[in-house]
Structure formats: structure tokens, C-alpha cells
Design a protein around this ligand. Structure first.
Ligand SMILES: [Cu+2]
Length: 405
């Protein structure tokens, strides 16, 4: 007996230490401040949906004020449909730490698209979203595009400061009544949750009050006479109660509404993709490889200028990162490109040597290390002197990339 109680005391002490360690960890843990999007594999971020040219019209707003996010979303031709199913339904939204903003408007290529839309590989949509700040604070916000069955990809994020203010979320219903959309119908939602929780808790307690392990042992031994007549009565009674609640709920909803109730409306639009602009160049990557000694991803790009003005490669988009040549990057762009022999005269052909800085790629988790696909996938942006721009997709196999640099 003595040894058993001593063992019990030891277990208690170990448990206590564990709890203390856990709480200590919680208290001393620093606030997470990383870009979660960068934990996803490079090949998935780079070959599925790319969001570029992202602009936030302001980075400081008051609660209740609007913020406009614009950019371009591209469903890549290089979508890996041997691994994940082909994209069919997409949804434009934002990613923020909780419901800190209300999305008021969603536009794809000038079309109002409040709900999810039909999309296809190779389509490009300029987008616009108007969001209203709800909660005071310092929030990290990304535009995002979700694909049904696959997941959500994000574009460049921005830190937004939300200062105190007042939020009005009033909407006018078809009946003319003005309601607050943040709280409208809350009592009814809460009541339905309570009814569901009540029924579930009753059902759980009814079964869990009896010993589970002992019953399991009897079932294992072949004993099947475990369900008593009372169990059957209670189960049947519960079915009747659930049906009665549903019917009563339906009758109540139909009779208590001021106007005729209407089911939720679905309007799945197929937005028109942006038209392809007149091409400036024909381009082809002739060789792509990771150079370990210079820690860079190098490729040779054969370019034929088919326009009437000199053309150069101005930026490269890989996943949510926009690489530009070393110089003066604009907001959100990353210096990481070295291009030799960049400007191509009208009608001329040239081989451009392009290097993407490996350290910068690694920082954004874009080097396909230990991934099932070793490819260079992204978008190349060619510009001419007049500011015309051509976007070309690249999807090239590269040499294997080994970690450890
Ligand atoms: Cu981020």
C-alpha cells in the first residue's frame, strides 16, 4: 500500500510539473509574427494561383472606414492537375487574423462578384475589394483567392493600423426595415445553437453515464444484448423530438417573418477574364539550374522582340513574391534579380542571363528544397519604353536543389 501511494504521489508531482511547464510556456511565448503563407511548399504556391500588382490604397484607417485592395489574380496554366484536381470554382477574399474587416465589395475584371465564381486554368482577372475596418489594432492583411477542393492562396500582405472609430453595418432590407447586419438575427442563431447543444448533451450523457470500457469488453467478448428496451425508447423519443423541433422551427420561421421568407440566393457568375494584350516578345527559357557556388537560380532566356520599341524584362513573379532588379524597388517588391544583356532592340533576338538570388528565395521559402517537383514556375513581365507590359508564364524543370547552403 505504501509503495502504491508513493507512486501516486510521484505521478501527481510529474503532472503538476507538466502543467506548470505548459503554463510557463504559454506565458513566455513570444507573439507569433511570421508569414504563415511561406510555410506552404514552393511548387504549390508558384504553380496554382498567383496574385500580383497588389496595392492597398491606405495602411491607416479608423474603425468603420473603407480600404480598397486591388491587384491581379492569375490561375496558372501550369496548375499541377496530376497532383490536385483542376480548378473550377474560386472565391476572392482577404486573409486577416480573425474577422477584423468586413468585405463590402468584390470585383473581378470590372464585374461585381459577391460570391464564388467559375474559373479555368490560364485565366487572369484584375480584382478590387472594398473592406471596412471592424476592430481596432495592427493587423496583417492579404488578398486571397480560394479554390474549391484545393485551398487558399494569398497575395502580398500589408500591415494595416486601425484606429478608434465607429462602425455602422446597417443594411436596408427588402421590406424597407433598416437592420444592423452585425447583430441581426443573433437571438435566433443563439436559440438554435442552444437547442442543438441541449439535445447533443442529453444524448451524450445518456450513453456516457454507463461504464464504457466494461461495455466495450462485453461487446468484444461477443455479448450483443447490451441495448435495453429503455435505450430503444429514448432513441426513438429523441428522433421524434428532433423532427418536432424542425417542423416547429419551419412553421415559426414562415409565420413570424414580416414578408415572405426567401431561400439563400446563389448566383455563380463566370467572370470574363482579362483580354491578352498585344505581345511584345516571344520568349523561351533554354536552360534553368540552381548554381550552388553563387547560391542563385540561373536561367537563360531567349527573347525575340516582336514590337516596335526596345523591350526589357522588368520583373519576375514567383508565388506571392515580386522580384525586381537591384535598384529602387516599389512597395512590396523584392530586390533579387540580376539580368545580363537586358534590353532587346526592336526585331532583335537575344539571350538574357537571369539570376534569382538564392538567399532571398530561401527567405521566402521559394527554393524547392526536398519537394516533389523541382520546377521554376512563375510569371515574367516584359515592358517597353511606352510602359506596355506583357506577362508570360514560365514553367521549367530545373536541376535538383539541395538544402544546406
Ligand atoms: Cu503575410
Amino acid at each position: 500500500m505504501i509503495s502504491r501511494s508513493r507512486a501516486g504521489g510521484q505521478i501527481c508531482r510529474v503532472l503538476l510539473l507538466l502543467v506548470v511547464a505548459l503554463l510557463g510556456g504559454l506565458i513566455s511565448a513570444p507573439v507569433a509574427n511570421a508569414h504563415g503563407e511561406q510555410t506552404q511548399e514552393a511548387f504549390l504556391r508558384a504553380s496554382t494561383v498567383l496574385i500580383y500588382d497588389v496595392k492597398f490604397d491606405k495602411t491607416k484607417v479608423k474603425v468603420g472606414e473603407d480600404l480598397t485592395i486591388t491587384g491581379v489574380v492569375r490561375i496558372m496554366d501550369s496548375w499541377p492537375d496530376h497532383t490536385i484536381k483542376e480548378p473550377k470554382t474560386g472565391f476572392l477574399s482577404i486573409v486577416a487574423p480573425g474577422p477584423k474587416f468586413l468585405v463590402r465589395e468584390r470585383w473581378l475584371n470590372g464585374q461585381f462578384t459577391p460570391q464564388s465564381v467559375n474559373i479555368h486554368k490560364g485565366e487572369t482577372f484584375p480584382f478590387k475589394m472594398v473592406v471596412t475596418a471592424r476592430t481596432e489594432g495592427h493587423w496583417h492583411v492579404h488578398p486571397s483567392f480560394a479554390i474549391e477542393g484545393t485551398g487558399t492562396l494569398v497575395g502580398r500582405g500589408e500591415w494595416i493600423d486601425v484606429e478608434p472609430g465607429t462602425l455602422s453595418n446597417d443594411v436596408t432590407l427588402a421590406s424597407g426595415e433598416v437592420v444592423n447586419a452585425s447583430t441581426y438575427g443573433f437571438t435566433r442563431v443563439a436559440a438554435w445553437h442552444l437547442i442543438a447543444v441541449g439535445l447533443a448533451v442529453f444524448w451524450l450523457i445518456f450513453w456516457l453515464r454507463r461504464p464504457i470500457i466494461a461495455r466495450l469488453a462485453r461487446v468484444e467478448s461477443g455479448e450483443t444484448q447490451l441495448i435495453t428496451p429503455l435505450d430503444r425508447k429514448v432513441a426513438g423519443g429523441l428522433i421524434v423530438v428532433v423532427l418536432a423541433v424542425l417542423v416547429a422551427g419551419n412553421i415559426y420561421a414562415n409565420t413570424s417573418a414580416g414578408v415572405d421568407p426567401m431561400p439563400l440566393q446563389i448566383d455563380r457568375i463566370t467572370p470574363v477574364p482579362a483580354a491578352e494584350v498585344a505581345p511584345l516578345v516571344e520568349s523561351k527559357i533554354t536552360k534553368a539550374e540552381y548554381n550552388k557556388s553563387t547560391d542563385s537560380l540561373d536561367f537563360t532566356l531567349h527573347v525575340k522582340n516582336t514590337s516596335a520599341s526596345p523591350v526589357k524584362l522588368s520583373q519576375l513573379q514567383i508565388a506571392e513574391v515580386t522580384f525586381v532588379p537591384v535598384g529602387k524597388p516599389e512597395t512590396g517588391m523584392v530586390e533579387g534579380l540580376t539580368i545580363t544583356g537586358n534590353e532587346v532592340a526592336p526585331g532583335q533576338e537575344a539571350d538574357l542571363k537571369v539570376s534569382v538570388n538564392g538567399a532571398v528565395m530561401r527567405e521566402h521559402n521559394l527554393l524547392p528544397l526536398k519537394e516533389p517537383q523541382v520546377r521554376l514556375t512563375g510569371l515574367m513581365f516584359f515592358t517597353d519604353a511606352a510602359g506596355h507590359r506583357q506577362v508570360s508564364e514560365i514553367d521549367e524543370v530545373t536541376s535538383p536543389i539541395f538544402p544546406g547552403k
